[in-house]
Ligand binder design. Structure first.
Ligand code: SF4
Length: 125
């Protein structure tokens, strides 16, 4: 069964790389050099596992499916105004250190969408 698992992995990679545009099932199988029967089985399996969405689409007069990843890569725009990007404590900040995202008021305020407190300089407490 390694071929099927390998194909599933490759299919998921191609689908994920297409992001919001999705990919037509037929294009995907061509790219993976798989048969349409093999491909349909893999698409169903990925959908059953909750990894992709299949949407029916009429393409060149034939019904097919467009496949979308359920998990989409985070866009840079979603974190562009994060306080971490300009933080003077960035180099010293870590999950288990004295400066930590767990305790950071600036990060908490940003996540909650409220006014951020003043940026703390390194060495301040
Ligand atoms: S101290 Fe806060 S704002 Fe600075 S890098 Fe850490 S989590 Fe981000």
């Amino acid at each position: 069964m390694p071929r099927r698992n390998e194909l599933e992995y490759k299919a998921l990679t191609v689908i994920s790389n297409n992001g919001n545009d999705g990919v037509l099932q037929s294009e995907l199988w061509r790219e993976l050099d798989a048969t349409s029967r093999e491909g349909s089985r893999i698409a169903l399996k990925l959908e059953t596992k909750g990894l992709i969405l299949r949407e029916k689409e009429l393409y060149e007069g034939r019904w097919t499916y467009r496949l979308y990843p359920k998990r989409k890569p985070a866009s840079l725009n979603s974190i562009i105004d994060s306080p971490c990007l300009m933080c003077p404590n960035d180099a010293r900040c870590g999950a288990w250190g004295p400066i930590s995202p767990h305790e950071c008021r600036m990060l908490t305020a940003w996540i909650l969408g409220i006014d951020q407190p003043e940026m703390e300089e390194p060495g301040e407490d």
